[in-house]
Design a protein around this ligand. Structure first.
Ligand code: AP5
Length: 216
């Protein structure tokens, strides 16, 4: 059965971490607008050039740009592929756009999974985060170190990087954006009866198990 799900939660809630687990364990595909935008910035495309300053400030990139990216990526996937929307939608306009994008492709939203977290702990999670420069596998200074020091578990790479927007000041702006523009879209999905809530402060494996229990 093809699934279309949204992982919703503030910065650092664990959306990317859990999406990677669902890719591994359930063969789903993660569609992260943050990753798409970072790839555009790295490649120096017109979208990347437009997005860079906005992302560095922790503000939101325009609804048209991110919805366009999502539509393009969905078209590259087969209609039978199950997808995880990570970091999208983030505004009411994006939620409306997603409905139209899915309907046009014969898809429908099955679950919106809210990762419930304690915001004070998130700054610590985000400022301790790093990833493999070669394959992008994610780690944390305290919660998820590579099994062999300085060596990526996934690809054996030895270079790691940190995101430019992972400093405390920008994280606070990202959280304010989440509270003001993203949290208010939850009632749209609650009215459809498709919201599942998971304790995002639990250990990574437990969060994964709770999500998979919702997916059935
Ligand atoms: P984006 O890349 O989407 O960033 P974000 O939403 O701020 O989310 P993060 O990637 O920071 O957090 P996450 O929830 O994935 O946490 P993670 O799993 O890494 O967006 C970046 C920017 O792009 C935005 O600010 C905006 O400018 C722009 N943008 C993107 N999408 C947009 C859109 N739709 N519209 C407009 N603009 C958009 O976990 C964090 C750390 O915690 C990791 O180190 C992890 O190992 C650790 N961790 C995870 N889970 C646990 C756990 N259970 N216990 C302990 N540690 C944990």
């Amino acid at each position: 059965m093809t699934l279309n799900i949204i992982l919703l939660g503030p910065p650092g809630a664990g959306k990317g971490t859990q999406a990677a687990r669902l890719e591994e364990e359930k063969g789903m595909v993660q569609l992260s607008t943050g990753d798409m935008l970072r790839a555009a910035v790295k490649a120096g495309t017109p979208i990347g050039l437009q997005a860079k300053a906005v992302m560095d400030a922790g503000e939101l990139v325009s609804d048209e740009i991110v919805s366009g990216l999502i539509g393009e990526r969905l078209d590259e996937l087969g209609g039978e592929t199950s997808v995880i929307f990570d970091g999208y939608p983030r505004t009411a306009a994006q939620a409306d756009a997603l409905d139209a994008i899915l309907a046009a492709r014969g898809r429908k939203l099955d679950h919106v999974i809210e990762l419930q977290v304690d915001e004070d702990a998130l700054v610590d999670r985000i400022t301790g985060r790093f990833s493999c420069a070669a394959c992008g596998a994610g780690y944390h200074d305290r919660y998820k170190q590579p099994k062999t020091p300085d060596t990526c578990d996934a690809c054996g790479g030895h270079e790691f990087k940190r995101r430019p927007d992972d400093n405390e000041e920008t994280v606070r702006t990202r959280m304010a954006e989440y509270r003001a523009k993203t949290a208010p879209i939850l009632p749209i999905y609650e009215a459809r009866g498709i919201v599942g809530r998971v304790d995002g402060m639990a250990p990574i494996d437990e969060v994964n198990a709770a999500i998979e229990a919702i997916l059935g």
